[in-house]
Design a protein around this ligand. Structure first.
Ligand code: ARG
Length: 579
């Protein structure tokens, strides 16, 4: 909806400068709301017009801008323009603002912000997002959790903006560790335990066999033999491996569901093991594969061709590596899914790996290599539960739910909840997500349950609480409110205007999130919205107000509630209606 206002302002600028409206659109920004006084609604940085060559920087810029401001005509929408601190500031008619914004939010809440013309130059193609990607029989650590929620956010955002998104989980399901796991299972595995608690049992077996292998050449040799059998396609070995994989995927699906995450594809390193031979063949044909003195196969990545940087793609025993499987996987994905863009979400320790992967794809003349992108994130320290270190995703979810349930037991409204566990889980997860998304994702941070689950301050609990309060207000006054006409002239107090002005920024915030693939801009936006809502809720009564006023206020709260819910959903949070 901000578009309508941007267009009107752009039309004025277009008339003055004799240039098309579209050049002005990206420069017209909603002004961040200050709580002290009502600010202008939109602004244009004069610097941006200079950069675009619309205003020349020669001569007295100040004087030129003052003339310009006088050329802007008052119309139905633009009430006033001023030049202040390098900015052209525009004030728009607040009745039209309330009317346009809240009508759109009422009619098409899901289109609000995401159908903005700011996104018109962004290609709405197919995006493949690879995220989470845990390793079978190993720990699901904080890094995997982070990849899961960031990848989910990126997928949700792209989808909301109209992209076709394919969510891929690339399991660590191949490599020497499966030799060990196979041998371990033959020695002390149990089918019963596998059925009872698959992830725990595979993990236990893996830990135990690793211990035994440490001083025991025999176990190591047996593991090598088992893995060779797997690579050679031995039926018996493969059957066991398949069972581990299937059972793990089933378990993960169940737990991801609790987190509100799903995947379109469970792929994994094993899938591409077979294709690595083609990759190596192609590298040879393209004269990119060099054999070192040690007998390994490498790709020279140095600009000067002096091997000052290279990547090993083949071991001396002829087996492939992590990166070889990634090359095969990328090529295969392009062939099968024909993506326009591919995004990998992992911690920043893998940055070099992905840089080299993309370099190799480019050297192999894959024209789409430039559309691959790695989104790195920082480390989380100290994420643990009452039982100690986090081993499984489910541990974190249980801990968040149980702690939240305990916090909620002090609250008055909890007893009215039909399913307090469900609510506690949803709120607990949102707390985890917000804690993670508050800062730049590349930063490391120290995890702290107490801080995460606070109801005050900028936490996920606070967002959920605000949303639930709005839902309760809307429930109390009936749904009919959304159908009836309302008088926008009754929404002229500062507190209403703050909310409306803030909502004008929503599309810009989403735009920034897509440019940087960073959730924090959306988190900040929703926090500020929640603070404005809390203050309005306290001061702008619905109950006891004359019907027309109550009606107008309800519409304002309903609009804020929709945007809050939409934004939370993009972040990967399920908004709760009661708390
Ligand atoms: N399984 C890997 C790990 O746990 C992450 C996989 C990342 N994706 C990839 N295509 N290499 O570290």
């Amino acid at each position: 909806m901000a578009c309508f206002f941007r267009r009107t302002i752009a039309a004025q600028l277009s008339r003055i400068f004799g240039r098309g409206e579209d050049v002005f659109i990206p420069a017209i920004c909603a002004v961040p709301v200050s709580k002290k006084q009502v600010s202008p609604d939109f602004r244009v940085a004069v610097g941006a017009l200079v950069n675009k060559g619309i205003i020349s920087s020669d001569g007295d810029l100040q004087a030129k801008c003052e003339v310009l401001v006088r050329q802007i005509k008052q119309d139905r929408v633009v009430e006033d323009a001023a030049f202040e601190h390098g900015m052209l500031n525009f004030r728009i008619n607040k009745i039209i603002l309330a009317k346009k914004l809240l009508s759109q939010l009422n009619k098409k809440p899901h289109e609000f912000g995401v159908r903005s013309e700011l996104f018109s130059n962004i290609r709405r193609g197919r995006t493949l997002v690879e995220f989470s990607s845990p390793n079978i029989a190993k720990k699901f650590h904080a890094g995997h959790l982070r990849s899961t929620i960031i990848g989910n956010f990126i997928s949700n955002l792209k989808e909301a903006l109209g992209n076709d998104v394919i969510r891929v989980n690339y399991l660590g399901d191949w490599g020497m560790q499966f030799g060990l796991l196979g041998v371990g299972f033959q020695r002390f595995g149990s089918q019963e335990k596998l059925k009872e608690n698959a992830l725990q049992h595979l993990f236990d077996v893996y830990v135990q066999v690793n211990k035994e292998a440490e001083g025991d050449e025999g176990v190591q040799e047996a593991a090598r033999v088992f893995f060779r059998k797997l690579e050679e396609g031995d039926d018996h070995a493969l059957l066991l491996w398949k069972q581990f994989r299937e059972i793990t995927v089933e378990e993960y699906k169940r737990v991801y569901k609790r987190l509100g995450v799903h995947f379109d594809l469970y792929s994994g390193e094993s899938f591409h093991q077979r294709q690595t031979q083609h990759v190596l063949q192609k590298l040879r044909e393209q004269d990119l594969l060099k054999t070192t003195e040690k007998g390994t196969g490498v790709v020279d990545l140095s600009p000067a061709g002096d091997m000052s940087s290279y990547s090993t793609v083949l071991r001396s025993d002829g087996t492939s590596l992590y990166i070889t499987r990634d090359i095969a996987a990328a090529i295969d994905r392009k062939e099968k899914n024909n993506f326009d863009e591919m995004i990998y979400v992992t911690d920043k320790s893998q940055a070099l790996h992905f840089k080299q992967l993309f370099q190799i794809l480019k050297a192999m003349k894959c024209p789409w290599a430039d559309s691959c992108r790695h989104v790195p994130f920082g480390l989380v320290q100290g994420m643990s539960t009452r039982h100690g270190e986090v081993v499984f995703l489910e541990d974190i979810l249980d801990e968040a739910r149980n702690r939240m349930l305990r916090n909620m037991s002090h609250s008055r409204t909890t007893k009215d909840l039909e399913n307090p566990e469900y609510t506690a889980e949803k709120v607990g997860v949102s707390a985890l997500i917000i804690q993670d998304f508050k800062g730049p994702i590349t930063s490391d941070y120290k995890f702290d349950w107490k801080r995460v689950l606070q109801a005050q301050g900028d936490t996920g609990v606070f967002l959920q609480y605000t949303h639930a309060r709005l839902c309760s207000l809307l429930r109390m006054h009936g749904d009919s409110a959304s159908e009836a006409e309302f008088d926008p002239a009754l929404l002229q107090e500062d507190r209403s205007i703050f909310i409306l002005q803030h909502l004008l920024r929503y599309d810009e915030v989403l735009y920034r999130c897509t440019q940087e693939l960073q959730p924090r801009h959306l988190v900040n936006f929703l926090m500020t919205l929640s603070h404005f809502v809390a203050s309005a809720h306290k001061n702008l009564a619905v109950k006891g107000s004359p019907p027309a006023l109550a009606q107008a206020r309800l519409r304002l709260f309903a609009g804020a509630c929709s945007v809050l819910a939409n934004g939370m959903t993009i972040l990967g949070i399920t908004p709760t209606e009661k708390m």
